[in-house]
Each structure stands twice: as structure tokens, then as C-alpha cells.
Design a protein around this ligand. Sequence first.
Ligand code: PEP
Ligand code: MG
Length: 586
Amino acid sequence: MNAGGKEVVFEGLGVSPGIAVGPAHLSEAGMPTVPEYAIRKSAVGAENERLKTAVERSGRQLRRLRDRARSVHGASGEDLGNLLDAYLQMLTGSRLMRGVERRITEQRINAEAAVQAEISDIAHSFEDLPDPYMAARADDVREAGARLIRNLTKAPFRGFSSLPQGSVVLAEEFSPADAALMDPRQVAGFATVLGGPEGHTAIMARSLGIPAVLGATGLTTGARDAGSVIIDGISGLVIVNPTPATLREYDKRREALRRERRRFARLRDLPAITRDETEITLSANVELPQETNQAMRHGAMGIGLLRSEFMFMNRDTPPSEEEQLEALSTIVRGMAGRPVTIRTLDVGGEKLAYSFGDQLIDTVNPALGLRAIRFSLKHPKLLEDQISAILRVGALGPVRILLPMIATTGEIRRVREVIDVVARRLKRRRVPIADPLPPLGVMIEVPGAALAADALARVSDFFAIGTNDLTMYTLAIDRADEQVAHLYNPLHPAVLRLIQFTAEAALRARIPFSVCGEIAGDPRYTALLLGLGVRDLSMAAGSLPRVKQRVRSLELTAATVRAQAIMEQADTGRIATLLDDFNGLA
Ligand code: PEP
Ligand code: MG
């Protein structure tokens, strides 16, 4: 299997545990297909604007890649950085850009076609030069142009279905929508240069159970001649062209994982109960309808977080109410009477859904912009359709409505009004809906919401604490940026205090609350969360057995005492030591 060349190891972040071995497929190489059409004179300005947006986006990508490359010491990092700098310069005020703008304005053709024609001209003029260094620059022009075209066409809906079964895909970056298209039978594993451990691409990989490594610097350039590749999603390694000895070692590790899985399967029907007999509710987070089976197979007591974004990804227009109803019905029926918590649309941030065109891409700071509930309230028809589909699916089984990124009580009141209006309309038309109306809960994932939890508890039926965003916004650290991944830490005392504050407010108001961020699925945190009063955890289905095992090994009284000791600490390192010591790791 070591046909492609020398073994090379790339280090990154293991974001989805498991090991994959398979033929390498380098994604995104080459020029995307370019649509060509004439534009009216009046559309020239808009076309140039579109070009500008794509240039800015390409610039952002290149700057991130360049900084990432330069963080690698030595000549190769520096060389790659210089090359990316050269691409960046081509995108700003260069001959390429002037030529493209001229073509759009004078020839009245679309931006993609103008970029294509200009690249071809410039590349040919370089190729004709006698100096081999200059001639080689033709490839750079093509590379920079291809990126620009990809950003103009937005290269949506990447297809993985034509790959040989069991392929391992390597790419610069995958969006959550790209990952949603991966069929675990087709894609055995994937690795990228960009992306952090708590971003939605990582979450999607965990949901699909596809081993993945993100943030592997130099991967796409260094793995060009890859034959086969190992993705080690546990240690965060990508091993290109593994030697026979490495392959034998990984065969052994894979066998050990299979044995562990068989052991976990036996836990499915055992209760999630601590040694001192407190029952804990363990539910599943679901990103895609096909995961419902997995949730049931791992013994989930319900769906604690259904991220409804999947219905809006990889399509040109938002789904109709009927389409949403159909997708939700499959899930509610699949859960056979166990409660399903459906979160309304949470787009924005890194979760771009192409069905909304440029509205989401063009915000100055997407994480602080028109995201989640703000977007839904700005688009009443969208919210009404979604609420209507949820109320209707509530006639088939128990559902709850969950609102993302809530910051104020006013937002909750406005949604309640929408629910009332939609419910009255459906009743008038004699359409069956949930009766009584589903509970309305809110994500606590904005620090301000956690601090105002007592006020929010008065107008909410339940809380779901989203520690992914809560950590990001509290510490001002982008959860999807591999460059700051080492600083992202839910054990920071500020984050823990916000969780504790929220839990206490919910307990005082006697409303149920859960934790559904990624820490809920990591057994390292189970004792601490239970010690803080959490009795309900929702996580990727694949994490359920491990967390159940931890719950069953815990003494809740001891965990509570340790949590109190942890809450007295101000130092993150000390907190980690106290927790690991309790977990038997220190
Ligand atoms: C969270 O922010 O913790 C959360 C569960 O929501 P998402 O990961 O979808 O943003
Ligand atoms: Mg969130």
C-alpha cells in the first residue's frame, strides 16, 4: 500500500475519534466549472460588487492559510507563506484584478467568466517567458484565479459520492455543509488544514462517526503524491503513505477500538444512574435525520438538541413548511415516543447555508451578526414556517421548541407571539398540532443570557446550556479557529461560573435544564457537571456509552464536594488538576 512515496506524518487536532485507513483523495484541486453568461449594462455595478466580495473572502482565506503556514518553523513554512503572499498580492489591485474589472465592464460578462478569461491570458503570457522561474508563475496565477472562481460560484454542494468506497479525503477546509454530504460508507475519514475542534465541521464529523483531523498544517501541499493515508482522529495524526510497519501498528489499534465498541454495546439498556442512585438523563444531539437510528442504538432517552440547520444546507432556496414537516416527522417517528427538542434555525457564524445567498456571508463579524434567533426574527415568514412545521410534527410525538442565541426576554416573548398566531391559524384550519403546545426553551450560550438567567427563566419553560458558544463568547476565542484552539477552555473559571449561575437560576425557578455543548459528551467533565447540579446531558450519539459508563461509576455526593472545591479556584490549571485527580487521571 506504500505506493505513493515516503511516509510523512502531519500533526493536527484529532476532532473525531477513530482510525481510518484508505486511498487518499485530495479535494478541491483544480478549476471549478465556470458558468458563462452576458449581463445587462445596469448589472455591471452589482457584478463588480460580487467580485469584490469574492476577492475579500479569498483574501481572508489566504491570510489564514499564510499565518498558519508561517507558524511552522523552518524554510518550508516560510516558502509556503511567501507563495500564499504572492497569491494575496494577485488579488489586490493587480493586473489580474484590473483585467477582470475591465472585462466585466466592457464585455458585460459575468465575473466568473471574466476571471477565467483573464487568468488564461496572463498564464499564457507567463508560460511564453524564457525565464523558467517566471514561466512557473503561470501556475500561481491559475491557482489564485481558481480560488477566486470557487468563491464566486461558492462551489456549493461538493460531491463525495463518486469517490471509491473507503476514501480518505484531504482538503484545505470543509464547511459543515460539505461534511453533511459525506456518507460514512464512502468517506472513511478526512483531514483539513483549517478548522478547530469545537467548530461545526468537527461536530458534524463526530455525529457521522467519521474519524477526522483538522488544523493539519501543510497537508494539502505536502500530500500531493499521497497514495494511501491513515487518519488517527484520537492522536490528531495524518500519516501519508504509511510503511507496512505503521499499517500493522494501526491494524492492532483498530482491533482494540472494535473490542471497545462491542463492550459499549452492552451498556445500551442499562440505566444511567450514579452509584448513589441518582438518575441522569442522557440524550442525543442530532445534526442529520439518519442519526436517529444511531441515537436509538446507543440508548438515547430522547433528542436533547436537534440542529435544524441540516434542512437548509446544500440547497438554493429554504425548504417549504411541508418539506420541513416531512424531515422532522422521520425523526420524531424514529424516536418512538421519546422527546425531541427541535432548535429553530441557527445559521450565521461559521454555519453558512447557501439557501440564504449572500445575506449571511456579507456580515462584518458573522459570530456577532445576524445569527440564529436574530436572523429568524428578521425573517418572520421563515420563523412562522418553521414553527408551523414543529407544531404539526408535535401531533406525532412529544416535541419541545428550543431557541438559539437568546440574549433578552423580549426575543422569547416575540417568539411566543408567533407560536400563538401560528397555532390559532392551524387550529382554524383543523390541522392537527401538538396539544398542549410544546414547551418553549432557550439556549444559554451568550454570557449575557447566563448572567440574566433568572430573568430568562421567568419566561422560558427550560434551558439548554450551550457551552460551545458560551466558551467562545466568554473568552473571545473563535471555536472554529485552529490557531487559537489551544486557548479554548471550558474549564476557565468564568465559563464554569456562568454554568453554575445558570443552573442555580433554573433550579430556583424550577424549570428543567440540560447541558448540550460538546463537554456534555466528554466523560472528563461528567463529574463536574453533575456536581454543579446538572442532571440532563445531551451529546453526539457516539459519546453516549462512554458518558453512561462514567455516570455509573460516579458517587454523586463526592462529585458535588469536588465541584465545590473546583468552584473556589481561580486558576484554570488548578481546576484541571482537581478535576483530573477526581477522575483518577492526575
Ligand atoms: C453550543 O453552542 O454549545 C451548542 C450546543 O450549539 P451549537 O454547537 O450548534 O452552536
Ligand atoms: Mg451554539
